[in-house]
Ligand binder design. Structure first.
Ligand SMILES: C[S@@+](CC[C@H](N)C(=O)[O-])C[C@H]1O[C@@H](n2cnc3c(N)ncnc32)[C@H](O)[C@@H]1O
Length: 215
């Protein structure tokens, strides 16, 4: 079975969790991996969340230096089995199967995330975004994408409780972007077109630093 066929099959089986009908295009993969920058002589830790069939993983792997490591966290056991076979003999790649919000994450220089945040409820999106931003080392970056142009279409077909749920999730993602984003790029060559957001953790608010020490 090809990667595209497996993707389509998983989309038909678990549309919300799979989040796309096809793997990311090479253009989208390049934008998502823009900040996976090798640093010769310094081991760098990279995390990819939701690697699916590995369309983005291949780009990350291609730019890893000999000291760098790549951790993959994939919730879907069928995608994980495919990735397990592809990287079984690679000592620089480690695979964990299960939802990222249930993992004990280490700390990373770069996190690339392929999760379909728009399909999650607000609490799950918030939980995952906090956990990923919190797992970044100083100077680290988190890159993730969202499909463009789908919002007006969704608002035309979803209403009531479903729409309120989507708006709450959007608000969570927008809050994280407002606080931590330093760049967004449009990728038109993808099905559907997408926007890639790059985030770096903002310093904690000054208020948090002024909490008086207990007497
Ligand atoms: C939109 S696909 C992206 C796949 C791949 N990164 C690509 O760009 O082609 C989303 C992926 O996230 C995985 N996923 C969904 N929820 C997840 C979670 N909570 N933790 C880890 N992976 C998850 C899905 O199984 C799927 O492989």
């Amino acid at each position: 079975m090809t990667d595209v066929t497996l993707f389509l099959k998983e989309f038909a089986r678990a549309r919300r969790d799979t989040g796309a009908i096809a793997p990311s295009s090479p253009r989208l993969a390049r934008a998502l991996t823009r900040y996976v920058i090798p640093s010769p002589g310094h081991p760098r830790a990279v995390l990819e969340v939701g690697p699916g069939t590995g369309a983005v993983t291949r780009h990350i792997r291609a730019v890893l230096g000999p000291l760098d490591s790549l951790e993959l966290v994939e919730a879907n056991p069928r995608f994980a089995a495919l990735l397990g076979r592809a990287y079984a003999a690679d000592p620089q790649v480690r695979l964990r199967t299960g939802p990222v919000q249930e993992q004990r994450l280490a700390s990373y220089d770069t996190i690339v995330c392929g999760l379909p945040f728009a399909n999650f409820d607000a609490a799950t999106a918030d939980d995952i975004l906090r956990c990923l931003i919190g797992a970044l080392r100083p100077g680290g970056t988190l890159s993730f994408f969202a499909y463009s142009g789908l919002r007006p279409l969704r608002r035309a077909v979803v209403s009531g409780a479903g729409l309120r749920r989507e708006l709450r999730t959007q608000a969570v993602v927008q809050r994280a972007l407002a606080r931590h984003r330093f760049r967004t790029e449009a990728v038109l060559c993808n099905l559907p077109p997408a926007r890639v957001h790059h985030l770096a953790p903002a310093a904690p608010p000054a208020r948090a630093e002024r909490i008086p020490a207990p007497a």
